[in-house]
Design a binder for this molecule. Structure first.
Ligand code: FES
Ligand code: ZN
Ligand code: ZN
Length: 380
């Protein structure tokens, strides 16, 4: 396959507009659209600072490299990268290294904040999140630290790596759930509110396939690990729906976003952003207390409740009929019998919806599926 522009070897076929492009022309094609978006979304002058939220994944690394190539020291604009460590063992640490390295070799100031400053970790919260998805906590705490750091930096804007797929999924998700308020608030932010650093989304018109290809073609280092709690995200359902639409009629993702953009001024007029005030923690809020303070209290309560019941629990291993495996009899102090035998795999308890995860001879974890929030992290 040949590039339609230069006749060189094509690296991709862009289905929605029917063109073949080589690596160089593909990158140029993406660069142009990203630059146009940046110009449309923000206005900066020499001396301004821009922060970029960077997880180390392909999208945020690409957003960082684009923003720093468009601005950067040449224009007297400082670019800062902010990474949040959510406390997910094996997932976050390698990506932090990638961001730090990239910033080091490109003269970008690197800032690291961590959930542990709030006294929580996602590994601690996820098993206790019950009905709500772990992402609810993760997203709210991440936005809090991100906004706080951007504020400290004195950033005029905060860029995020959301791509076209993310945008189309969010539009569909809020539409289907009837959350028109939230639909009206999808970034980029137009109104400057006290304490809230306005977001901009340089990649909002670039499909995820293209952000990946760009990262690969340009040799950008990125982390492609998957968050272990990802499967529980509500968004996944919408990812499938939007991908399916795109498959049937190429260009659907663009249409969803451009229909949204056409409706946005009307939504904005009908539902103007409420005037925000500051919560005691310094974050902007509509009411008296911000969402992150509410969720934080809930998370801390669950975690301390879990460790209390952890102390009260008695676990008796005994040999089950499967050779080489132990089964466990776990009993709370209140004598609620939780389990009888295990088969070496996940199994459900008779008394309620709790289940135990057995691996080899070790009871790895006990994950609540109902409103109770006991947790065991044991041991034979
Ligand atoms: Fe939702 Fe990681 S917590 S994807
Ligand atoms: Zn070409
Ligand atoms: Zn607060």
């Amino acid at each position: 396959m040949k590039c339609d522009i230069c006749g060189g070897d094509a690296v991709t076929f862009i289905r929605y507009n029917g063109t073949h492009l080589c690596g160089r022309h593909f990158m140029r094609y993406v660069d142009r659209r990203v630059k146009k978006e940046i110009r449309k979304q923000i206005h900066v002058h020499a001396g301004d600072r821009i922060a970029v939220a960077v997880s180390g994944g392909k999208d945020s690394m690409l957003a960082l490299s684009m923003v720093s190539s468009v601005f950067g020291p040449r224009n007297g604009i400082e670019v800062h990268a902010i990474t949040i460590d959510e406390g997910i063992e094996g997932y976050r640490p390698p990506s932090v290294d990638i961001v730090r390295r990239y910033c080091g070799s490109n003269g970008i100031a690197f800032h690291l904040r961590s959930f542990s400053e709030l006294g929580v970790t996602m590994d601690g919260i996820a098993p206790l999140s019950g009905e709500s998805s772990p992402c609810t906590y993760c997203g709210v705490f991440r936005r809090r630290l991100m906004n706080d750091e951007a504020r400290k930096i004195g950033a005029k804007y905060l860029a995020t790596g959301h791509n076209l797929d993310d945008m189309a999924q969010s539009v569909m998700m809020n539409f289907v759930r009837g959350d028109v308020e939230r639909l009206a608030r999808l970034g980029p932010h137009e109104k400057v509110q006290p304490g809230l650093i306005p977001r901009f989304l340089p990649l909002r018109t670039i499909p995820e396939k293209e952000t990946l290809l760009y990262a690969l073609v340009s040799g950008l280092e990125f982390w492609d690990g998957e968050c272990p709690y990802w499967k529980e995200a509500l968004r996944n359902q919408y990812r499938d729906i939007v991908d399916d639409l795109e498959e049937r009629s190429p260009g659907s993702k663009f249409s969803i976003l451009s229909s949204y953009d056409a409706l946005r001024p009307m939504l904005y007029r009908e539902l103007p952003p409420s005037n925000l005030r500051l919560c005691a923690c310094g974050e902007p809020t509509v009411g008296n207390r911000c969402k992150s303070c509410e969720l934080l209290e809930e998370a801390r309560r669950k975690i301390s409740g879990a460790s209390r019941s952890q102390q009260r629990i008695r676990v008796d291993p005994f040999r089950a009929s499967v050779p080489g495996l132990f089964a466990y009899r776990a009993q709370f102090a209140d004598d609620q019998l939780l389990s009888d035998v295990g088969d070496g795999k996940d199994f459900h308890l008779v008394s309620c919806d709790h289940y135990l995860v057995l691996s080899g001879q070790r009871l790895l974890s006990y994950r609540p599926r109902c409103a109770c929030s006991y947790e065991i992290a044991i041991v034979e």
